[in-house]
Design a protein around this ligand. Sequence first.
Ligand code: DAH
Length: 357
Amino acid sequence: MNEELHKELSLVKEQLLQNISDFDDLSALTRSTQLRSLYSRITDIEPDQRAAFGKAVNDLKNELSELITKKDSDTDLQEPIDITAPFAANCEPAKRPALLSAAVGSQHPITAELEIISDIFMSMGFRVVQSREIDDDWHMFGSLNFPEGHPARDDYDTFMTEQLDKNGKPLIAPAHTSTMQNRVLRRFSGDLAEGKPIAVLIPGRVFRNEDIDTRHEHTFYQIEGIYVGLGVTIGNLISTINVFLESFYKTKIEIKTQPFYFPFTEPSFEFSISCPFCSKSGCQVCSYSGWIEILGCGMIHPNVLTAAGIDANLYQGFAWGCGVDRLVMWKHDVEDVRNFESAKLSFLRQFSPENYK
Ligand code: DAH
């Protein structure tokens, strides 16, 4: 094969290799314009070069196919189980579809950890109320003291429906569990009248328009906490979170707070803890700083209490919001947050009852 044809082939090979990750399967490769144009070139080529060129194109195709097949078998896809597949209930057992037995299944690690977290808070007298997965502008922003058009709204960029609510605003996939604050404060304000505090933990799934990588997902979990009563102080806030984290990580933890800004708390803090995994000596989890930033919190803004019909001159409260995926990643050495939503059985099996600790 002459020099020119050789060059042409190497150029196409280089292009295809560069884009190899875009080919989801072998047929995508066969359909690629580059490969198809090489095949259609064969008939134009001088007869004495044709056989060699044809063979070289075939070799190239085989080489790339091998790479794609290898990539496919490396990628850990969910094993398909068609639970809707029909079968005769009375057929011999050997002929029945092989479904996973319930004994092999297990709770998702986030669900399992949320139960542990809820138990810890229930032992401190908190009720647990699930958050919701679709909400409106008022609960997402208005009730939380975000003025209309305020730039702080931009930090909560999420997904919206084309359908509008009764105020003409799109419905929102909540970007945080704080959307539940107004509802929960209203629902349990009777507790205050009876002289009891409002103490509620709100676990839920939240959504953000994120650039996705090992540490960022568009869908993840948060726990929101609210506590309102008489004479509530920042000291109560810090000690409540401290007790929770020490129970969750089963180790002594030091706390550091930095001032921060959230429209719905005043003052607001970012809460860091001494790294539970290296006792501050430095490790990968804490990026060798000895501390990890764990949540946002603060004293509930009087406007938020007022919006829920609570007398802000009489009552005070604290609230916090914390990403659950990260708590679980640190606890179980999970490297990539995307594993949680991936349905990869090899990932999930690590959390089956016999492996779960
Ligand atoms: N909702 C905040 C977020 O997702 C976290 C948060 C901060 C929640 C302070 C709170 C709070 O309840 O008081 O970024």
